[in-house]
Design a protein around this ligand. Structure first.
Ligand SMILES: [Zn+2]
Length: 62
């Protein structure tokens, strides 16, 4: 499932408004600045902090 590029262009991280990277294999959006991972369900990004997977404290994801 491929996300609409126009949709992606307007999406930002709800935590810090950072840019998002798409990882299609994992079906997640990853924030470049805070590292939160937002699940993509049935092609729809779930942009909720409550649903996000947080990175381990004090560590940065690539
Ligand atoms: Zn973020």
């Amino acid at each position: 499932m491929t996300l609409d590029p126009e949709l992606l262009a307007i999406l930002v991280c709800p935590n810090d408004r950072g840019d998002l990277d798409v990882r299609e294999q994992e079906q997640v959006l990853v924030c470049r600045s805070c590292g939160y991972r937002y699940p993509i369900r049935d092609g729809i990004p779930v942009m909720l902090i409550d649903e996000a997977e947080k990175p381990p404290a004090g560590r940065k994801r690539r």
